[in-house]
Design a protein around this ligand. Structure first.
Ligand code: ZN
Length: 59
């Protein structure tokens, strides 16, 4: 598990839930689904991804 700087998806027309949150773990399954061209640095003003939260609390 790798903690990384926050990143998010900027594809606002994509209905997938992983685009409405920001991620901060490299191992996040949802974060991995973000296409490279849509992966942006920062939180994007979005709430934190639940998967990323679980990754951190499982340590
Ligand atoms: Zn995540």
């Amino acid at each position: 598990m790798t903690h990384v700087a926050p990143y998010h998806c900027d594809a606002s027309d994509d209905p997938h839930a992983h685009n409405h949150v920001y991620h901060d773990h490299d191992e996040c399954q949802d974060g991995k689904r973000i296409k490279p061209e849509h992966r942006k640095a920062g939180t994007g003003g979005k709430p934190r991804c639940k998967v990323c939260m679980n990754l951190e609390s499982s340590m």
